[in-house]
Design a protein. Structure first.
Length: 751
């Protein structure tokens, strides 16, 4: 059984938190201790993909090599797509192998909604409704799950501990990345949920409702000041739950992704903390591109010594601003949406700080068509259309804003100055299947100060052509086709549609290569047909939907006859070289060799002439004698239409009988005889005089036609005292018209 996919071993830094000092010696699930086996293993695997040693610490501002880090996963649930945990319907799923359109779904797409549903059931359970504090639900469940697991009895009652298997889906480390073990592990977390234990006794529902009702979470109600320069400063945090009696109840404080060291805060009362907040740049997610210095909002959270953490909210958000002297200089931290149609851009929202009194907003150095300051941290603006005056960041060589995007800087100006420009790199171009840390010196996401002018998308050509059958797409899917046009930049393209994009049945293709003017996309499956079928391909970008251009799929040819051109029979000698005519439908899609297929061999003919969509001229090839199926192949598949495509390949030469053993038998018939001779393969008849044998067959041999020298038969009823000549017919004698074989053997009927 498959369990929920968990992705990378270490949580991205924006989700990580350092463990309070009081817990560092405790065995806390979900925490990797430096020096532990899991920690060493995580470092080793991350190193294989280019990540630095101590990746968890390196990704968390203020953490040191001895700081434990939060890991994933928390929990797991059934995620095996073959058991039907989640069953869904879409007409786009319909195919020859799945004609109904119903399918099962696995992975996190199965386990996540399972957990969501179970938590919803817990939130409305009688146990939660009975407590005023949990009448509306248990709230943020993650810390409560670990609180449950810290009690062995509660853990056993609340979780199915997964102890077998691993999440080494790709065979990276011989099944050791990472194995399921007793208790918490990096393959299945705490385990899968058990809302009630055996016999309907208390389980996860009871314990979550009970813990959620305990007034143990600290609360942040205000920050003073709520605005700081980007260099940081001293802040008073107001709230409650910060002290128990005369003892501090605070284990840690976090601002954004930065941890405030214990030496930098003092719990002055149960309702107040004085803390020195770090510089804004430390509160950013690791790897945030320059010139971001953290100007903008950062959430402040307080973690109590029992592990509970305050909830984020407007009252617990500090705003960092750039200042010149005592006045804020604007700082742009994001643009949404980050691009639009270059000839008619839609309005955007600019986020940041210091926007009070903004006198100008520019996109690529050109004034916005209009803007409105909503707050010190938000501006609504409409970019001016792209023009020759718009300054674009250096882009990919050989492409222009008319075919690719123009990456423009967004800047805001007030009386105190103009916001800094960001580092805008060229977009990722080419192969999009690369994984691991980017080393291309390019962007896979727009910079925070970037707005992209996008040309209207257009598809000008696709690589499929009915004139070139080998270029057609397979109706089975998986064909990589090349599409040319404009506006395909990976930063701004959303998807490629195969079919009417307005319909649910429209299927998105998987893009594996892209530049501004070319992309390679995997054509999805289509219903099987006989003739080529055209499906419109269009692309959707931030600038809209392009018009469609047909992608031509190959059908599967149908063979209605395969005949010897000279005799008009469906047979020829196995020596090859016999001219044949194949008729059918969809034959103009033929690619690769014709196939003369039998259970024991397949002859292939690479030389043939497609005379029309209904006719092919070719020659047989030398192969073992057999009844073969003549098959014509397209990129989708090969025809298979018995008995219409049956063709006999027989050993040349008329049959000759030289002896029969035994040479006599009762007139009542039933004597089993063995007939010897030459050219006896593919026997079609055995005759005792003019009377056909009751049964006959070639002796077993490697060839499909059996032995060419031995035939077994059973005598029919005869007249006592008469002697009859033994003759045989074969496929060869039937097709050539030579009739029964020559014979020097006779059979005598006895009384």
């Amino acid at each position: 059984m498959k369990w929920s996919d968990v992705g990378r071993v270490v949580v991205p830094a924006s989700m990580s938190w350092a463990m309070p000092a009081w817990q560092q010696d405790a065995q806390v699930p979900g925490v990797v201790m430096p020096g532990s086996a899991d920690y060493a293993q995580a470092n080793a695997v991350e190193g294989q993909f280019g990540y630095p040693a101590g990746f968890c610490q390196a990704a968390l501002a203020g953490a040191t090599p001895s700081t434990p880090c939060r890991t994933v996963p928390d929990v797991s649930a059934q995620a095996d797509q073959f058991t039907g945990a989640v069953t869904i319907y879409s007409s786009s799923f319909a195919s020859p192998g799945n004609p109904t359109g119903w399918m099962t779904q696995g992975g996190t797409s199965s386990s996540a909604p399972t957990w969501a549903a179970l938590l919803a059931m817990i939130n409305v359970s009688p146990a939660c409704k009975a407590n005023t504090a949990t009448a509306s639900g248990v709230g943020f469940a993650s810390p409560l799950l670990y609180a449950v697991a810290s009690n062995p009895a509660a853990y056993k009652a609340s979780f199915n501990d997964i102890t077998v298997g691993n999440n080494d889906n790709y065979g990276l480390d011989n099944g050791q990345v990472y194995p399921a073990t007793t208790g918490y592990d990096l393959a299945s977390g705490l385990g899968s949920p058990q809302l009630t234990s055996a016999g309907g006794k208390a389980g996860l529902a009871f314990y979550l409702c009970g813990l959620g009702a305990q007034p143990s979470r600290p609360v942040v109600t205000g920050l003073s000041p709520a605005t700081l320069p980007t260099s940081g400063g001293t802040v008073t945090i107001s709230g409650n739950g910060f002290k128990t009696g005369s003892t501090s109840g605070v284990a840690g404080i976090q601002v954004g992704t930065a941890e405030v060291p214990p030496a930098h805060f003092t719990v002055t009362s149960a309702t107040s903390i004085t803390a020195t907040f770090p510089p804004a740049v430390d509160t950013l997610p690791p790897g945030s591109p320059a010139p971001l210095d953290g100007a903008g909002p950062a959430h402040v959270s307080v973690t109590a010594t029992n592990g509970e953490t305050s909830m984020p909210g407007a009252a617990s958000t500090v705003q960092y601003v750039d200042e010149s002297g005592s006045s804020p200089v604007p700082s742009v931290t994001g643009v949404a949406p980050f691009g639009g149609l270059e000839t008619a851009p839609a309005p955007v929202t600019i986020l940041g700080s210091g926007f009070t009194g903004a006198s100008a907003v520019t996109f690529g150095g050109v004034d916005a068509a209009s803007f409105k300051v909503v707050s010190p941290f938000e501006i609504k603006a409409t970019p001016a259309p792209y023009s020759a005056s718009t300054t674009c960041a250096p882009s990919v060589v050989g492409e222009t804003p008319t075919t690719d995007i123009c990456q423009a800087q967004v800047q805001v100006t007030n009386t105190h100055g103009t916001s800094a420009t960001g580092t805008i790199l060229p977009p990722l171009e080419g192969d999009l299947t690369q994984s691991g840390p980017p080393s291309c010196g390019c962007e896979t996401m727009p910079a925070p100060t970037e707005y992209d002018y996008v040309p209207a998308p257009a598809v000008t050509s696709v690589s499929t052509s009915a004139a070139d059958p080998a270029s057609l797409a397979s109706e089975n899917g998986s064909t990589l086709i090349t599409v040319n046009g404009t506006g395909f930049d990976i930063l701004t393209i959303d998807y490629a549609d195969f079919g009417d994009p307005a319909l649910e049945s429209s299927i998105d293709g998987s893009i594996s290569f892209a530049t501004g003017t070319e992309m390679q996309v995997t054509a999805p499956p289509q219903p099987l047909s006989t003739q080529p079928a055209a499906v419109p391909l269009s692309v959707n970008t931030l600038a809209g939907q392009s018009a469609g251009l047909p992608v031509t799929y190959a059908g599967v040819p149908v063979v209605t006859s395969a005949l010897n051109t000279a005799t008009h029979h469906n047979g020829a000698p196995d020596t090859g070289g016999t001219a044949i005519t194949i008729t059918g439908q969809g034959l103009s899609q033929a690619v690769g060799p014709l196939r003369f297929a039998s259970p024991s061999s397949t002859g292939t003919q690479y030389t043939y002439t497609v005379s029309s969509d209904t006719s092919i001229s070719a020659q047989t090839v030398q192969q073992n004698p057999a009844l073969v199926h003549v098959r014509v192949c397209s990129v989708t598949g090969c025809s298979h239409n018995p008995p219409a495509d049956d063709f006999y390949l027989y050993p040349p030469g008329n049959p000759t009988v030289t002896s029969v053993s035994p040479a006599s038998g009762p007139a009542a018939g039933g004597t089993k005889v063995t007939i010897h001779g030459q050219n006896l393969g593919c026997v079609t008849g055995v005759f005792f005089g003019t009377v056909a044998a009751e049964t006959f067959s070639n002796a077993h041999a490697l060839l499909d036609c059996g032995s060419t020298t031995v035939v077994n038969a059973t005598s029919p009823v005869g007249t006592a005292g008469t002697t009859v000549k033994m003759t045989i017919t074969t496929v060869e004698s039937d097709f050539s018209g030579s009739g029964p074989s020559k014979s020097t053997a006779s059979f005598t009927y006895t009384s």
